[in-house]
Design a protein around this ligand. Structure first.
Ligand SMILES: *Cc1c(COP(=O)(O)O)cnc(C)c1O
Length: 368
């Protein structure tokens, strides 16, 4: 029974566990609510809540007062609606109103995001439900251009048929607080939104919330901060870890000077060392690129990766940590080290989380 696995911290299994702390998630949500007040704080739960499992975490966010969610696709929206129920909670679909998804909107009470004039015309012809308009303010990914907003502003006939709930835009450089593009996008966005019927405005992702009150407008849309990752390339952030991996030690061996470890024999022991082989590899999402600069933790202390990470296994230097590194003991990854491990692999916490593998036993702590 999986509950038995969940209760044995020493790990009687040879599989790694992915542990998601819903109380920490709730505290991160509260931090964002406090920062963004009086703006509403929605939750971005696209890509299965950045790999954490949208069905297992969104109901908790709803209980914490979250009444708006953002997903990438209509299919994600349909699954989310089944998980949260909550008739009054809004579910917005970032990727836009595509013809093949038309039936999903009324059926699952999704809110369409209209990303260009063709989507808007089609939606107005086919649907009567709630919608949002996405305005591009400089990232040039999705959304109406400035000229398209101007043209739409002149179409009172079309606009009055829409049940418009939100106008949004997205920041390109919120991870760099001092980047001049942040201010430029804010002013371009508010100017464009001023041409459209009055409704709620939303610009800020997690980084945008931390940029300050000017960026909060009516609704903030954080993702990564909820999940304990850094929205910034460098600066500190106020969020606590939500996700940790516990991988059991499978074997411990004594290395003599000159002994090599792993594929390619890239690590060679300089002296006697203790090496623990743990059940976690790149198939689980620990990037191979982390290589020699990565580490796990044994009883809270850093244990450097020795040699290359393999598909299912990683070898850690547990010299001096032998008492806590017996077979079955957990080696911990991510947690407080999420961003450091991402940097060591040349990526960001967002990518690390969304690439966590399918093999984990997923364990949810805290109330649903
Ligand atoms: C993913 C996404 C967000 C959330 O961004 P974070 O940096 O994770 O807070 C917000 N808005 C849009 C349009 C997004 O694509």
């Amino acid at each position: 029974m999986s509950a038995d696995f969940a209760s044995s911290a020493a790990g009687s299994t040879s599989a790694p566990r992915l542990i998601i702390d819903r109380d920490a998630l709730a505290r991160n949500y509260a931090r964002l609510v406090e920062r963004a007040a009086p703006a509403q704080v929605a939750a971005v739960v696209k890509a299965d809540a950045y790999g954490l499992g949208a069905a297992a975490i969104a109901p908790r966010l709803a209980r914490e007062g979250c009444r708006a969610f953002f997903v990438a696709t209509a299919e994600e929206g349909a699954n989310l609606r089944a998980a949260i129920g909550h008739r009054e909670a809004e579910i917005f679909v970032f990727n836009g109103y595509m013809p093949g998804d038309a039936a999903l909107y009324p059926e699952h009470r999704l809110t369409a995001i209209l990303n260009d004039p063709d989507q808007l015309e089609l939606f107005a012809a086919e649907q009567t439900g709630p919608c949002a308009i996405h305005v591009d303010s400089g990232i040039n990914r999705l959304g109406f251009s400035t000229a398209q907003v101007e043209a739409l502003a002149a179409r009172a006939d079309l606009l009055e048929r829409l049940d418009l709930r939100l106008v949004l835009s997205h920041l390109a450089c919120a991870d760099e607080p001092d980047h001049p593009m942040n201010r430029e996008q804010l002013s371009r966005f508010t100017a464009a939104a001023g041409r459209l019927p009055a409704t709620r405005l939303s610009l800020a992702n997690t980084g945008g919330v931390l940029l300050g009150a000017d960026y909060h407008l009516d609704m903030a849309r954080p993702g990564i901060g909820l999940y304990g990752g850094s929205p910034f390339a460098e600066a500190d952030h106020p969020f606590e870890p939500v996700v940790r991996v516990e991988a059991p030690v499978l074997q411990v061996r004594a290395l003599e000077p000159g002994d090599a470890v792993g594929y390619g024999a890239t690590y060679v022991a300089d002296r006697q060392r203790s090496a623990a082989t743990v059940a976690l590899g790149y198939a689980d999402g620990l990037p191979r690129a982390v290589g020699g600069s990565g580490y796990g933790r044994i009883a809270g202390r850093k244990a450097p990766v020795l040699g290359r990470i393999s598909m299912d296994l990683t070898v850690l230097d547990v010299t001096g940590l032998e008492a806590d590194a017996a077979p079955g003991s957990p080696a911990v990854f991510l947690g407080e080290d999420l961003d450091a491990i991402a940097r060591a692999a040349g990526t960001i916490g967002y990518e690390l989380l969304t690439r966590l593998g399918a093999r984990f036993q997923r364990v949810y702590e805290g109330a649903a």
